[in-house]
Design a protein around this ligand. Structure first.
Ligand code: ZN
Length: 310
């Protein structure tokens, strides 16, 4: 069994409009944009990262805003809900705030003893705010959401799957422990990880398969401390029969990817080197950062990217 995984590292989704995406995650949700860079394979598309002050692993929501991309269709074989943690007692603020901002899909409920507020992202993305203890996490307050309500990184994620068993087995192999079930949803928790440590598997045998597009999660990344741990995880997965990519340098972390039995694309990402490797903490996310191979084309790339509000 793998013992190196520490919970979530980041979640990466696709969006239509870059400015709408930027405004939603900074102004509406109050996250900090911690990196403004481009897609490694499509430099005419931004890669925007939002998180806490420094982009702590387990707090980072990232987006590829593809412009005119059609909306995805929610269904099975995907991350259905990305869940942020918020301080206890803050959901009445959030309900009021999101409703004033015109956010749709608002509905409050409880699951696994936690109070949660579901809401839609700008492209119909499935999100929830879940009330939790702060667990040593500090919200970013630079965008006008106060510390007693600010987002405390991820709580976890809920996958929708036609058959949850094989993915449950994989999570167990990755170090998660099966916890309780409520209806069609089974919770998996990783002990000793960061605070973004739950995965809920919702089994929905009759729902249609998801179609990826704007508002869909592209992949979900799990955190390991360093490159040595990542190599151990890679070897263990390959020994079990998974097809895992070679290690890829993503500038702010090292990444490996593999497709899981339920259809969700997993990444294992290192906590090193982090988002402050090429700009200081005070200015994170302001300047356009390019992968080294695109630096000679900076002028053309900048000319094609839409200008973003601060
Ligand atoms: Zn990723």
């Amino acid at each position: 069994m793998i013992t190196d995984i520490k919970g979530l590292h980041h979640v990466t989704s696709m969006a239509a409009d870059a400015n709408e995406n930027n405004t939603f995650f900074t102004n509406t949700l109050g996250l900090r944009r911690v990196k403004k860079t481009v897609n490694f394979d499509a430099p005419e598309v931004y890669h925007l990262y939002y998180g806490d002050e420094v982009g702590t692993p387990g707090s980072v929501m990232t987006y590829f805003p593809f412009g005119q991309m059609p909306r995805g269709k929610r269904g099975t074989g995907e991350v259905g809900v990305t869940e942020f943690a918020v301080p206890k007692g803050s959901l009445s603020f959030w309900s009021d705030h999101l409703s004033k901002q015109g956010v749709t899909g608002l509905s409050q409920g409880t699951a696994f003893g936690e109070t949660r507020l579901n809401f839609d992202g700008p492209d119909g993305d499935g999100f929830a705010l879940v009330e939790t203890d702060d667990r040593d996490r500090t919200p970013w307050t630079g965008n006008g959401i106060s510390a007693d309500a600010g987002i405390l990184g991820f709580n976890g994620a809920r996958f929708r799957l036609r058959d949850a068993d094989a993915t449950g087995e994989l999570l167990t192999f990755m170090g998660y422990q099966k916890a309780e079930s409520e209806g069609d949803v089974t919770r998996y928790v990783i002990e000793g990880g960061n605070a973004a440590d739950t995965i809920d598997l919702e089994q929905s045998a009759s729902a249609p398969t998801a179609n990826q597009g704007a508002g869909s999660v592209h992949h979900i990344a799990f955190a390991v401390e360093d490159r040595a741990a990542q190599l151990r995880v890679r070897e263990a997965l390959m020994d079990t029969g998974y097809q895992v990519t070679p290690v890829i340098d993503r500038d702010y972390f090292w990444a490996i990817y593999f497709r899981t039995p339920g259809g969700v694309l997993f990444e294992i990402a290192t906590n090193e080197p982090g988002f402050d490797r090429d700009e200081d903490t005070a200015n994170l996310g302001q300047a356009l950062k390019l992968p080294t191979r695109y630096e000679p084309h900076r002028a053309q790339i900048e000319a094609r990217l839409p200008e973003l509000a601060a």
